[in-house]
Design a binder for this molecule. Structure first.
Ligand code: NDP
Length: 429
């Protein structure tokens, strides 16, 4: 793991003298709130006034053709530095810039310069905007970088987020936020002190099927929520991968994939679990699981009577689903948590007959949606929908799950500080 020294005064001074656009994107909230949303050319900062809608040529029996929402031109887009060029960055995040409306890749940070050069050439990133872990702090002086996107092993998130915040760049950090709630608290504190936004990349909260299910629940279609059943599991191969190293991963399947179940029930229900019971499986004769768990099952209890029973594993074939059961209907996503191909159906009594509904929703790039959300929050000075506190509460829940598994007892979970989950969702949805 690299070690970053303290940021130099010079890097702050260089950063402070960047262009007006950069200042509006990177300055503390108080200053940013004064920035006008009117751009010089008369369009609003998100370019909404540039929307073009052509006339409809089909008959009334056909669906209307809708033009996409307008995109920002390259010189007005929010620039992202992608830190760590692994599977997620190369296979999902960088291609997602092509579907983004407000963001552009502006810099890369990698320990492998040859790989970074190839990627930079593909995405039109200048060679001067390629950094490694020793030169990370030089991002401070790059005016085209407004957001640092941390896509490193979990155990490195805190270090790179804290130093990124000190560079006065906004932060998007992959899930899990860190290795522990203590680290997560330090990250929130660093971003708050620096006056920069911190968002955790819970892509499923921006994904259309999840959003539709959340709306069914808030519209009362399911009645009172009683049961949530979910699994997120996969088969791990390489025993040397960092995901099986406790210091780099924080744990095994729970913080990596089981976390999706925890976050989904909190997001979909708008409620917080108050206690948990759990079981853990770690076969020490399997070289993959010398340091971290192979499987876990856990049940989260909510004051409303909702109970969420979840399983997660690094030792089963990929399996991803969720089911929310209410007093009046149930809804199911299978697959859930996938990059592509999520499906939603729900069932209730309709005119005396049990009827299944399968909403036909357009698939959208979840990574582009979440990056665009952060860009909008920066341009309009709004809090992100999945801030650091969202990641922190998931860590508190996961710590209670581990404790419950270790002791064989029910473990209480302290409520989050600040506004309730339902209030937060109203503010940022
Ligand atoms: P990978 O192992 O594929 O990539 C991690 C990258 O981090 C490496 O390629 C390397 O990039 C860099 N790195 C720096 N130091 C180390 C180190 N000591 N060991 C290993 N890698 C190092 O991981 P993923 O891309 O799958 O995961 C990265 C993050 O993204 C994790 O936090 C993970 O939980 C999260 N994630 C989120 C997903 C989502 O759907 N939201 C899905 C998958 C992952 P380089 O060679 O450029 O230095």
């Amino acid at each position: 793991m690299s070690s970053l020294g303290p940021l130099s005064r010079r890097s702050f001074l260089v950063n402070a003298s960047t262009t007006a656009v950069t200042a509006s994107l990177c300055s503390p909230p108080t200053a940013r709130a004064e920035v006008s949303l009117q751009a010089n050319d008369g369009t609003d900062q998100l370019g909404k006034q540039n929307k073009v809608q052509l006339s409809q040529i089909h008959g009334p029996s056909e669906q209307n053709e809708m033009a996409p929402e307008p995109s920002l031109p390259a010189n007005k887009r929010v620039g992202f530095a992608v830190v760590g060029l692994g599977r997620l960055s190369i296979n999902q995040i960088l291609p997602a810039f092509g579907a983004s409306k407000h963001c552009k890749p502006a810099a890369l940070v990698s320990g492998d310069r040859a790989k970074a050069m190839k990627i930079a050439a593909q995405y039109g990133i200048p060679e001067s905007s390629i950094y490694d872990y020793k030169t990370y702090e030089q991002l401070a002086a790059n005016p085209s970088v407004h957001v640092i996107y941390i896509v490193l092993p979990n155990g490195m998130h805190e270090e790179y987020v804290v130093h990124g915040a000190k560079m006065r760049k906004h932060i998007l950090c992959e899930k899990p936020m860190a290795n522990s709630s203590v680290e997560a608290e330090r990250m929130i504190d660093a971003c708050s002190k620096a006056g920069v936004k911190l968002m955790i990349a819970y892509r499923q909260q921006y994904e259309p099927h999840n959003r539709a299910l959340r709306k069914l629940i808030t519209d009362g279609e399911l009645g009172r929520l009683r049961g949530f059943l979910s699994t997120n599991s996969q088969q791990m191969g390489d025993p040397a991968h960092w995901r099986l190293n406790k210091a780099l991963a924080g744990g095994g399947c729970l913080p990596d994939v089981g976390l999706y179940c925890v976050n989904a029930v909190r997001f979909l229900s708008g409620e917080e679990p108050v206690r948990v019971s759990a079981q853990i499986w770690q076969p020490k004769d399997d070289p993959r699981f010398k340091e971290v768990e192979a499987s876990m099952s856990f049940t989260m209890h909510f004051t409303s009577g909702l109970q969420a029973t979840c399983t997660t594993s690094y030792d089963t074939h990929k399996s991803q689903s969720l089911r929310m059961e209410g007093t009046d209907a149930w809804a199911e996503m299978s697959p859930a948590y996938a990059y592509h191909g999520n499906k939603l159906k729900w069932s209730k009594l309709d005119k005396g007959k049990e009827t299944q509904f399968v909403p036909q929703l357009e698939e959208k790039d979840q990574f582009a949606l979440e990056m665009d959300h952060l860009a909008e929050c920066i341009l309009k000075d709004k809090p992100p929908h999945t801030p650091g506190e969202e990641g922190l509460q998931d860590h508190r829940v996961m710590e209670a799950i581990y404790e419950a598994a270790k002791t064989g007892r029910l473990v209480e979970i302290a409520p989050p500080k600040g506004p309730t989950r339902a209030q937060e969702l109203q503010q940022t949805a």
